[in-house]
Design a protein around this ligand. Structure first.
Ligand code: 5RP
Length: 228
């Protein structure tokens, strides 16, 4: 799916924002549409950015920035996803911002995912690998332990060698053939490996997904268990 679908999802999320809100501002190409739409509404809002990239775009667009240490509870966080399942459990971090994205999502009363509808999968991490942020010192031992858990592990590379996040860490992209049976358990197991700073698994965080289509339609999807 293309830019029209991303833009539709991003602009749908702008409709959730009210004057005076404190926001969590995600990272990625879908969020870029959200930020442009938000700036166009001229509301009195400000947000905690999840990456240097998003902070830079907000400065260009005139969207106020908040420090995470001073922002307090956020009203709404909006972010993209690499994959999501029927429970709206997401994998995130394709753009490398997974750790700050998770911190910011956890600061918010409401976390809303914006994505193209083709990102919904039956099982996570079979097609798009799960990003795991790791301190550089621990890349070797963490890779070995992730392999023991059944992952195919590839260290992300940057243009000039090893990729580094905004936090100065490495990212391991971890595919699980057949997908994750229980993402919540995987998140705990992987998170407990010494040297892991965080996984790109967002479990029980999203309350709504806005899923764009190429014809401009947007599906509003709640977690399957919430809809029952
Ligand atoms: C960045 C992310 C993004 O939200 C995710 O990669 C989706 O990006 P896009 O909207 O460009 O497809 O997690 O770390």
């Amino acid at each position: 799916m293309g830019e029209t679908a991303k833009e539709a999802a991003g602009l749908a999320a702008v409709g959730l924002v009210e004057d005076g809100m404190r926001l969590g501002l995600g990272t990625g190409s879908t969020v870029t549409h959200f930020l442009h739409g938000l700036a166009g509404r001229g509301l009195d809002v400000a947000g905690v950015p999840t990456s240097e990239q998003t902070a830079g775009l907000c400065r260009e667009l005139g969207i106020g920035l908040l420090d995470p240490g001073e922002a307090g509870r956020l009203d709404l966080a909006v972010d993209g996803a690499d994959e999501l399942d029927a429970e709206l459990t997401c994998t995130k971090g394709g753009g490398g911002a997974l750790l700050r994205e998770k911190v910011v999502a956890a600061m918010a009363e409401r976390f809303v995912v914006i994505a193209t509808a083709d990102k919904v999968v039956e099982r996570l991490a079979d097609t798009f690998p799960l990003p795991v942020e790791v301190v550089p010192f621990a890349v070797g031992p963490v890779s070995a332990q992730l392999s023991e858990l059944g992952f195919e592990v590839v260290e992300r590379r940057g243009q000039d060698g090893a990729y580094r996040t905004d936090n100065g860490n490495a990212v391991l992209d971890c595919r699980h053939p057949g997908g994750l049976e229980d993402p919540a358990i995987t998140d705990v197991h992987v998170g407990l490996i010494p040297g892991v700073c965080g996984t790109g698994l967002f479990v029980d965080m999203a309350e709504l997904a806005l899923l764009g289509h190429d014809d401009g339609r947007v599906d509003r999807v709640r977690p399957r268990s919430a809809a029952d």
